[in-house]
Design a protein around this ligand. Structure first.
Ligand SMILES: [Zn+2]
Length: 62
């Protein structure tokens, strides 16, 4: 199928044709948002653990 400039594939599932400048189909847009929030929560947890590790390291180095 020839791609016209006004229609593009979803960059995530590469299946849904979607008109205009949108890069994600609605399903993938929701999924990406959920993954993003989960990633942020994991990052917060990791930063907390790194902070605790850093505190422990400085305390045990004395
Ligand atoms: Zn999609």
């Amino acid at each position: 199928m020839a791609r016209s400039p006004s229609v593009s594939l979803c960059i995530r599932c590469e299946q849904s044709l979607w008109p205009g400048e949108v890069e994600l189909c609605p399903l993938c847009a929701v999924a990406v948002r959920v993954e993003y929030r989960r990633g942020l929560r994991e990052l917060e947890g990791n930063l907390g653990r790194w902070s605790a590790f850093s505190s422990w390291l400085h305390a045990s180095a004395r």
